[in-house]
Design a protein around this ligand. Structure first.
Ligand code: UD1
Length: 366
């Protein structure tokens, strides 16, 4: 069976890594190629993850780069169609919910190629979120839907997806986390930022709904400033956010590397570095999807600066609190975490490091 694995943006890399590793256990049955669309292209957004996670160099790099949604999606489709026509795969595997996920799904399906979606069925029900559109389009087209939790299974069934297309396998992102946890533990990064374990917070922010509007972004930075009076905040800053901070003239909110209490920004960090920093943090503030899951497994309180989540399991059994982007609500949630030492969390079913093995066992059985 010839399979094309697709990646495009940062959150895809840690999901594809264990799948490739599991496929290598079936050399007689599976021939696989890795296609990188090039949606993310900065070394710190892409190559750093290949190095940290030991992902083989992509066989094909489409090099599409940034653009508007239509431009980026269209460029990926044009270039990926050429790859599909040349390679004639039996199956394309897409992961997550980025533009590359949807663009490659549509392209392959129009060529009558079977497509499998890893991390299917997640729904925020928020159609202003580009990822929600990507998730819906991808799932409605895919032949095989690999899910992470019971909410995803229920969402797909409610949308009329036949049960035989749904495979509840667990979470590949957690496969990668569990594999690298011990390695990340051995790093020593605390001194570099003058941090003390459990006495600092980490922060990530990149959603258009949080960073593309000046008033919203300023409100969030004000909340962070208040929190940073009690606990320092380390903020590896996404290129989109860095650009907006500059456009809106908000750089004065940051300590700019000075070793004083406050908000310290850095370039985006590698996988192992950021895992090390998160596992030692008192709390994580974020608008990322994946971090909500990673903090649940690490048992670190997560304050999510969004109005909704496509990952409600992290609130049901995990450490996640959905607080939105209102300054007072962020402060209230952070205060609650700072006053408590006792975080009870469970690990969702099948988030056990074996999701990729299950996925590839299903595929090898086709
Ligand atoms: C994308 C995904 C989002 C995911 C996020 C993780 C979509 C719709 N969004 O958002 O789901 O959570 O990745 O990071 O697919 N840029 C660079 N260098 C890069 C990549 C981007 O400078 O390597 C800048 C460019 O100015 C670009 C902007 O960041 O226009 C946004 O990049 P884009 O890939 O469009 O979306 P993200 O915000 O990264």
């Amino acid at each position: 069976m010839k399979i094309i694995n697709v990646v495009g943006a940062r959150p895809n890399f840690m999901k594809i890594a264990p799948i490739i590793e599991a496929m290598n256990q079936y050399p007689d049955k599976i021939e696989h190629l890795l296609v990188h669309t090039g949606q993310h292209y900065d070394a710190q957004m892409s190559k750093a993850f290949f190095d940290d996670l030991g992902i083989p160099k992509p066989d094909i790099d489409l090099g599409v780069g940034s653009g508007t949604h239509a431009e980026q999606t269209a460029r990926i489709m044009v270039e990926f169609e050429k790859v599909c026509l040349k390679e004639k795969p039996d199956l394309v595997i897409v992961v997550g919910d980025v533009n590359s996920t949807m663009a490659c799904t549509i392209t392959a399906k129009k060529l009558n190629i079977k497509v499998a979606h890893v991390e299917a069925g997640l729904r925020s029900r928020d159609m202003t979120m580009p990822e929600e559109i990507n998730r819906l389009c991808t799932d409605v087209l895919c032949d095989y839907l690999f899910t992470t939790d019971h909410f995803a299974n229920e969402n797909l069934k409610a949308e009329g997806v036949p049960e035989e297309k749904i495979f509840f396998v667990g979470n590949v992102m957690i496969d990668t986390l569990l594999k690298h946890k011990e390695m990340a533990k051995t790093l020593s990064l605390m001194n570099h930022w003058d941090l003390t374990p459990k006495r600092y917070a980490t922060m990530t922010l990149h959603r258009p709904s949080n960073v593309d509007d000046r008033v919203t972004l300023q409100g969030i930075l004000e909340a962070l400033t208040e929190i940073s009076r009690k606990i320092p905040i380390l903020f590896p800053i996404h290129p989109r956010t860095r650009n907006r901070v500059k456009d809106f003239g908000l750089e004065h909110y940051f300590s700019n590397g000075k070793k004083v209490k406050g908000i310290w920004t850095t370039e985006p960090l590698g996988y192992l570095e950021f895992l090390h920093l998160n596992m030692n943090a008192k709390m994580v503030l974020t608008d990322s999807g994946g971090l909500q899951e990673e903090t649940t497994v690490l048992g670190i309180p997560c304050i999510t600066l969004r109005e909704n989540t496509e990952r409600p399991i992290t609130c049901e059994v995990g450490t996640n609190a959905i607080v939105g982007n209102n300054k007072d609500k962020i402060l209230f949630a952070a205060q609650k975490v700072l006053q408590s030492d006792n975080y009870q969390a469970k690990i969702p079913e099948k988030w056990d490091g074996k999701a990729a093995e299950r996925i590839v066992a299903v595929i090898a059985g086709f």
